[in-house]
Design a protein around this ligand. Structure first.
Ligand code: OAD
Ligand code: ZN
Length: 260
């Protein structure tokens, strides 16, 4: 059970566990990019021209109005291009350097973790800077495109390379995510409402397997009751503080020493 959601305060137990961990997996959601100015999906900020993301991010929406769905993604891609990684992204990139086996699983499609320097990233929901053909296996990197795009190879409609509601995730990425979560000494869940499956089930599977779950979110979520510790606060403040304390906590014996 959760040690009660703690406002801003990071319990020493968390710092100690992370400092000693050999394997850490992290799951991030839209809240981690919120401080970069990218709107989250749920809550008021998620609305776009009175449409809810759940009404736009579906194969049905794309079939009935591809121009509308592309317009939304082009708009979001514009926001992403103007945005920079924030201290939450940087802290996770730094954490990766400290932990022997580190996997960053993200639901975010904005690519900001890679831009902040994270290397081992599993993008569960795709990437907004790519499009793929509805018919053949053509994938392209998007730059200045607008409007509806046609495939240069087969002429079919191109679509955002995003996993939409009702679609399956890439089975390899899903398997790697479950493996990383299931073998982690600490599983960190940051900035996600923990309501979209299968991502939300990762933390619950960790708990079932007896693992340790740390949640970081502005507000309590459906995971809060099950997480070992929930720290309530901004990801861009809590994560840098956590990484700083991990360094302070380092004893000479725990220093990473390269083989000579
Ligand atoms: P949501 O928009 O559902 O949730 C964002 C979460 O971040 C909420 O729980 C907020 O309380 C929290 N939050 C907001 N700002 C924060 C901050 N500065 N620091 C910490 N937490 C903060 O986003 P996701 O959970 O990522 O799918 O949504 C999951 C999926 O649903 C998305 O990947 C997307 C969407 O439909 C696709 O695009 C396929
Ligand atoms: Zn094609």
């Amino acid at each position: 059970m959760s040690d009660a959601a703690e406002s801003g305060r990071i319990p020493q137990e968390v710092v100690t566990r992370l400092s000693e961990a050999q394997r850490v997996a992290v799951l991030t959601g839209a809240g981690v990019s919120a401080e970069s100015g990218i709107p989250t999906f749920r809550g008021k900020a998620g609305l776009w021209k009175n449409h809810r993301p759940e009404q736009l991010a579906t194969p049905q929406a794309f079939r009935s109005d591809p121009a509308l769905v592309w317009e939304w993604y082009h708009w979001r891609r514009g926001l992403v291009r103007q945005a920079d990684p924030n201290p939450a992204h940087s802290a996770l990139a730094e954490m990766e350097n400290r932990i022997p086996h580190f996997v960053l699983i993200t639901q975010n499609v904005d690519g900001l973790h890679m831009r902040a320097g994270s290397g081992n990233v599993l993008e569960m929901h795709g990437n907004i800077n790519r499009a793929r053909c509805c018919s053949c296996d053509n994938r392209i990197q998007l730059t200045d495109e607008s409007g509806v795009l046609d495939c240069a190879r087969c002429g079919s409609l191109m679509r955002p390379d995003i996993v939409w509601f009702g679609e399956s995730l890439d089975p390899d990425i899903l398997a790697q995510s479950y493996r990383a979560a299931g073998t982690a000494d600490v599983f960190v869940v940051a900035g996600t409402s923990s309501v979209v499956q299968p991502a939300a089930s990762l933390a619950f599977s960790v708990k079932e397997a007896g693992g340790f779950v740390l949640e970081i979110n502005l507000d309590p979520t459906p995971l809060t009751g099950a997480a070992d510790i929930t720290v309530l606060g901004k990801a861009g403040e809590v994560l840098p503080e956590l990484v700083k304390r991990m360094w302070e906590n380092q004893t000479p014996g725990s220093l990473f020493q390269p083989d000579r």
